[in-house]
Design a protein around this ligand. Structure first.
Ligand code: ATR
Length: 280
């Protein structure tokens, strides 16, 4: 929470970290909400993570975000991990509590769900069978979020089937694994298609998939945001389907972190989106 005598401080620990858009997002909100403070990139090597995290209370930081390669390593350093972050197996937000102890949370699932709701306000995840491409860290957060929304079926397909199977075995419930080769055959039963792989990212080949089998009311989401319109989203648009780009997830995951640290729950406005889009 902000304090009248204290300059508000937060940051993002990563390695590399200078590419992170988080400083721009949070500094936009400091200005908008009239809070004197700053949010800085913190280049921390893996060997220095524990010392850096333990320094946060003494330096007066409200907390920090974590990005590659620290999200998993923080689980064994922080004093408490909230149940969702534990289930996802990664922390993306650290909160310094009044007694100086450190709490780990994960707002990537929230960011994903809100990014879809922003584009499709009537979205009812409980009646939308989902197909998730990829089984890495981002997929784990999205799958946890979808399962918590009561999604009736979350099929995970991954190039390495064993990884999808391990994930399905761990999450259980509506989460099942199928081979990568079945991705197109699974489209007719899908209402929400999510790409969590790196395919389609700038410098990478396009994801190999023909969206012809998707129902006309399906939503296609790509968590890649460089470029904003991936070949997958271009294909969805050509078919007249709703496409949701990956920038929304990045913007929305930042909101509850800012709230936890400084009080106000900030909004993702067109001005903020434009400011960040200009940096892509
Ligand atoms: P993140 O934590 O960002 O999700 P990750 O753990 O490296 O990143 O996961 C990347 C995902 O992209 C994985 O599902 C990976 O598939 P594998 O588990 O088989 O490695 C997927 N991926 C990467 N390159 C791919 C390719 N050429 N074709 C299909 N999937 C690919």
């Amino acid at each position: 929470m902000t304090h009248p005598e204290r300059f508000a401080l937060a940051g993002v620990m990563g390695h590399p970290v200078l590419h992170s858009r988080s400083p721009r997002i949070h500094n936009h909100w400091f200005a908008k909400y009239g809070i004197a403070g700053t949010y800085v990139p913190l280049a921390i090597e893996p060997s220095g993570l524990e010392v850096a995290l333990r320094a946060l209370p003494g330096l007066g930081f409200a907390g920090c975000n974590l990005t590659i390669p620290h999200k998993e390593a923080a689980l064994s350093i922080l004093d408490e991990i909230d149940p969702l972050a534990r289930r996802i197996g990664a922390v993306n937000c650290v909160i310094v509590r009044p007694d100086g102890s450190l709490l780990g949370r994960n707002y990537d699932a929230f960011g994903f769900l809100e990014s879809i709701r922003e584009r499709v306000p009537a979205m009812n995840f409980a009646s939308a069978p989902a197909l998730v491409l990829g089984a890495g860290g981002a997929a784990r957060a999205i799958i946890a979020g979808l399962a918590d929304q009561g999604c009736p079926q979350v099929i995970v397909v991954n190039r390495t089937l064993a990884r999808a199977q391990a994930l399905a075995g761990e999450f259980g419930g509506p989460v099942v694994a199928r081979p990568w080769e079945e991705r197109e055959a699974l489209l007719p039963g899908t209402r929400l298609l999510v790409n969590t792989t790196s395919q389609g990212m700038h410098g990478q080949p396009a994801l190999e998939i023909d969206l012809g089998g998707l129902p006309a009311d399906a939503v296609v989401s790509d968590i890649v945001y460089v470029p904003l319109e991936t070949p997958l989203l271009a294909q969805a648009r050509q078919r007249g389907l709703i496409g949701v780009d990956g920038l929304g997830m990045l913007l929305h995951q930042a909101r509850p972190a800012f709230r936890d640290w400084f009080g106000p729950m900030p909004e993702v406005t067109p001005e903020l989106r434009q400011e960040i889009e200009a940096t892509l």
